[in-house]
Structures are given as C-alpha cells and as structure tokens.
Design a protein around this ligand. Sequence first.
Ligand code: UTP
Length: 240
Amino acid sequence: MRETSVIKVLVILVEKIVVSIGGSVLIPGEDDPSYIRKLADMLTDASKIVSLVIICGGGKISRYYVNTGRQLGGSVDELDMMGIGATRLNAELLRIALGGAAYNGVPNTVDEAVSAFADGKIVVMGGTEPGHTTDAVAAMIAGKIGGIRIVNATAVDAVYSDDPKKDPNAKRFSNLTIKELSNIVYAEHDAGRSSVFDPLGVKLAMRDRIDILMVDGRDIDELKNAILGKKIKGTTVSSQ
Ligand code: UTP
C-alpha cells in the first residue's frame, strides 16, 4: 500500500478529537510563548494516539478589534470578520509552535479543514464565517470528521451554575447531560451573558451525539487527560 493510503487508513482507525481552545487560555498575556510551547509539545505527543483538530479562539486580540470597530460604526458582519481574523492569528501562533506536526496552513472553512485532516497531521484553525464562535466551528468539524468528543479548554476549571468569580456559592458540576448544558447556555444567552459553550455548538453536539469535556486549558495535564479520554477534574457533558 502506498504511504498516503496507509496514513488514510490510520486516520480512519484512531479516535478523532476536536479541541476548542479559548483565546483567554492561549494568549492571556502571561508567559504566552512558554505556555504555547508546552501546549504544542503535549499536542504532538497526544497526536501519536489520537487525531486532532484544534480550533483557537480570539481572546483579547479579537475583543480589541471588535470593540474598536464597533466604536467606528462597523456592521455586525464586519466586526465578526475582524474577530475571525484574530482567531486565525492565534491559530498561526500554535501552528508555528507545532512545526512539522501540524498541517501546513490554517484552513478557512469547515470543508477545507476536513480535507486537511485527511493528511494525518494536527489541523489548527480559527473561525470560519460570521454569526457564531469558534466553539460552534469545533462542533461542526467534529460532526463532519466523526469526532467522539470536543474538549473545551477554557479559563474556568469546570461548568458552574453561575460565574464562580461573582458568586462563591455557585454550584460546580462534575457531570452533566447535554440537555442540562443546553438549558444552562440558553439561560445565559437570554441573560445576555457570554456562554460557557456556544449554544449553536451545543445544539450540533446534541444532534451528532458528541460529548463535550470542559477543562482548565492552562492545566496541561488536565487538558491531555481530556484529549486522551482519561479521568478529568472538570465537567464531562455526556451526549448519550
Ligand atoms: P471566539 O470564538 O473567540 O468567541 O471568536 P468568544 O465567545 O468571543 O470568545 P471566548 O470563547 O469567550 O474567549 C471571537 C469572535 O470572532 C467572531 C465572533 O465575533 C466572535 O465573538 N467569530 C469567530 C465569527 O464570527 N465566526 C467564527 O466562526 C468564529
């Protein structure tokens, strides 16, 4: 069998995992290069066991452009396009750190990501089109590649009933069903708060029966455990 065919067979056999990594985890402005280096090394290791697509969020860079563009009268789509630009810049940082372990380029669309994935390398990307966030992109790609779980690497260590920084009595969840997560994100959405996971992403994960693991992305061991399907300290959202 030719080498490319062997790679394609291996890609079909191993577990496919999509990681949605928040911009606040990737570029908080504290030791960013050393964190991104450690993250890249861990992902390279993990990619010997599972196949990976990594979707990077925009964080403070996207907020800067979206807020500044809004003050200058930008339309919602124009602001979203700048947000997407920031997510793609962050993806470039991680892709550079991954070197030869990563697919050589940042896909623009879900379809481009799916064909890049067939190469057998780690695919790193950001947002795709206006109207949603990178969490939703993670769910779209997981659905298309037959992903069994989405790992959401955030700045919070689990899902809580309320913002734990504002309410010390907020309940911490170790396990949720995807229906329960859906109730939480829609309540947050109605209250105008930023969701723990994009409601569209939750809807797609529910439809395609994909589990979501919510973990502290700055804890590299925790993130690796989530990627490899081992026990985690964060929240396991079961889609079954
Ligand atoms: P993020 O995915 O980082 O969204 O995309 P977020 O919810 O603001 O970030 P976190 O998860 O709380 O850190 C940044 C922005 O880019 C645009 C949206 O405006 C989004 O808010 N975007 C991103 C899109 O329009 N489409 C995409 O596919 C991705």
